[in-house]
Design a protein around this ligand. Structure first.
Ligand SMILES: Nc1nc2c(c(=O)[nH]1)N[C@H]1C(S)=C(S)[C@@H](COP(=O)(O)O)O[C@H]1N2
Ligand SMILES: [Mo]
Length: 550
């Protein structure tokens, strides 16, 4: 055996006896080996953490699929009560940090141990590693609610770590009496590129970078589990100002008609988010700046502490075709946008509110629409529950009377008071109109197109809206007959849609066309001029062709 010096400074060593002809093989020192072990563990846990985060984010894995979390929880579970109490007494609120620190220290010692073993006997190092992976795996699957799939992050992480250890051992080739050679002894390892001292430390560097990058990436993306937890923990304030709408009293009873209130899970969804932003209430804050007297930033708790307002408001997408389904009605609970803006003090000359979501989507809204007294809200709840993540959790904008792309910013984190002359927004940059009030619309829900009907009484029914103007009437026309008034459901307010129904006595067999149109509260009749959705919303009348059987 050649003389071993310790430390990373070791470079060339005396060749082991019996290999005199070959160039001197290099062998890592104690420090280098320990470092290798640490990097192997960092790599294993970093990769596992990233996969666990991605898996939870996609809803495929549970919280315990993170080996670190599973180990910590298992540790807590097996800690005797007296030790737990001691920890809480000693560290107080920081008892979890103390646990994390303790675990990190334990892992560090284990990592150094594996690194040193890998120097002397790679086989033994792999054996010990396998044992540790088994322990971690047992911790993962024994967590309540865990299943076998939750092992995936650990398994992939362990494969990365073990591969790393094997490669590392090959970089410090030495014929060791305790372990079989890992490479062909007749080769000249230290002269092969990628072996020897340089190769060893390059590999350690690469492993460290991958491990740390994977771990940080996992930290950057708060997992869906965390957001779900944040959502569960919210206790919603009781509205100080509520419309107290009796939904049943407003609802028409016609089979197949769209419900007056849209269930949150059925609400149409339109956004540019490939994956929904995951933002916890702790991470959320709203900055209000631009042409204001004082720039402010408010937290989620600040928002909850403000007077809470609950309003029924119907949202509509500009991309809704005539007769389309891109509209939904919900109870929104939140704070008046005007109240929040007033805290910052918008200055004269501004006419635009530029809002930005956490994923960079932008919206320009007329400042007047937010301050003219209508129920423009910063909403944090929908139908009595915190917003669903897809619908903007934790906070979104809702402005009655404007299409979503100019008003309804989800995951909103920034409000800038500005001028339309100075800014553009995501969709207005792509040719859609900067000013886009919702157009008066009506649609037929029943009967379905091309329905085969039995002669007699036929229920024709549907939805109509003219947000922030209100509806006066909905009318129905059969073929080229006169326009007849339909029955309107009760009115929750001028910002919500209404159901309508018309009892048609279908006597003549054959094909018939049913049309509908709405008249807004100003008396303006919905236009029959056909226009596509671009640039500011579709127009035209909805119609259905049906057959009355003989
Ligand atoms: N952050 C963000 N907010 C957004 C959008 C978006 O793409 N990103 N789309 C807007 C559009 S076009 C509409 S119609 C509404 C739809 O809201 P909903 O998905 O809750 O129904 O959200 C608006 N808010
Ligand atoms: Mo939209």
């Amino acid at each position: 055996m050649g003389q071993r010096t310790s430390g990373v400074t070791t470079s060339e060593q005396v060749p082991p006896a019996g290999t005199t002809a070959a160039p001197a093989p290099w062998r890592a020192g104690w420090l280098g080996s320990a470092l290798g072990g640490i990097v192997a563990v960092v790599l294993t846990l970093g990769v596992a953490e990233l996969i666990s985060t991605l898996g939870r984010w996609m809803g495929l894995l549970g919280a315990s699929s993170s080996p670190f979390v599973a180990l910590g929880q298992t540790f807590i579970q097996f800690t005797p009560e007296w030790l737990k109490e001691l920890a809480i007494r000693t560290f107080g609120e920081h008892d979890k940090d103390a646990l994390t620190g303790g675990m990190a220290l334990t892992l560090l010692i284990v990592a150094i141990g594996i690194g040193l073993l890998n120097r002397r006997s790679p086989r033994l190092a792999l054996g010990v590693t396998a044992l540790l992976v088994l322990v971690a795996g047992a911790a993962v699957v024994s967590r309540p609610g865990a299943d076998v799939l939750d092992l995936l992050p650990l398994v992939v992480g362990a494969i990365a770590g073990v591969t790393f250890l094997i490669l590392l051992a090959r970089r410090s080739l030495v014929r060791d009496p305790d372990s079989a050679p890992l490479a062909d002894p007749s080769s000249t390892p230290s002269s092969t590129p990628g072996t020897g001292r340089r190769g060893f430390f390059r590999l350690v560097g690469i492993g460290a970078v991958i491990g740390v990058a994977a771990g940080s990436l996992a930290r950057l993306v708060p997992s869906a589990a965390e957001v779900a937890d944040s959502r569960r923990r919210i206790s919603l304030p009781t509205p100080t100002d509520d419309q107290n709408i009796d939904v049943d009293a407003l609802t028409l009873d016609v089979a197949g008609l769209t419900p007056f209130v849209t269930a949150s899970s059925d609400f149409y969804r339109v956004d540019t988010a490939f994956t929904v932003p995951n933002l916890t209430t702790d991470e959320w804050s709203l900055r209000i700046h631009g042409a204001v007297d004082r720039e402010i930033t408010i937290s989620f708790d600040d928002l909850l502490a403000m007077p809470a307002v609950q309003r029924m408001i119907t949202l509509t997408c500009v991309s809704n075709e005539v007769g389309g389904k891109l509209a939904g009605n919900a109870r929104w609970l939140g704070v008046r946008l005007a109240d929040v803006l007033a805290m910052a003090g918008p200055q004269d000359g501004a006419d635009c509110l530029l809002s930005t979501s956490v994923d960079g989507f932008t919206v320009t809204t007329p400042l007047a629409a937010v301050t003219d007294g209508r129920d423009a809200l910063l909403a944090y709840a929908m139908n009595g529950e915190p917003l669903l993540v897809e619908h903007g959790f934790p906070v979104r904008m809702v402005v009655p009377g404007l299409y979503g792309y100019v008003s309804a910013t989800k995951w909103v984190v920034d409000l800038e008071v500005t001028r339309f002359a100075d800014v553009t927004a995501y969709w207005t940059e792509r040719g859609w109109a900067p000013q886009a009030p919702i157009k008066t619309a009506s649609r037929i829900d029943v009967p379905a197109g091309f329905a085969q009907l039995t002669a007699g009484s036929v229920a024709v029914a549907g939805m109509a809206w003219a947000q922030h103007r209100g509806l006066r009437a909905v009318q129905v026309q059969i073929d080229d007959g006169p326009w007849q008034d339909a029955t309107l459901s009760g009115e929750a307010g001028i910002d919500t849609w209404r159901q309508w129904s018309y009892p048609w006595t279908a006597t003549e067999p054959g094909i018939h066309t049913i049309r509908c149109r709405a008249i807004d509260a100003d008396g303006t009749v919905q236009t029959d001029a056909v226009q596509g959705v671009m640039p500011d919303g579709s127009t035209g009348l909805d119609s259905r062709q049906v057959t009355v059987k003989a």
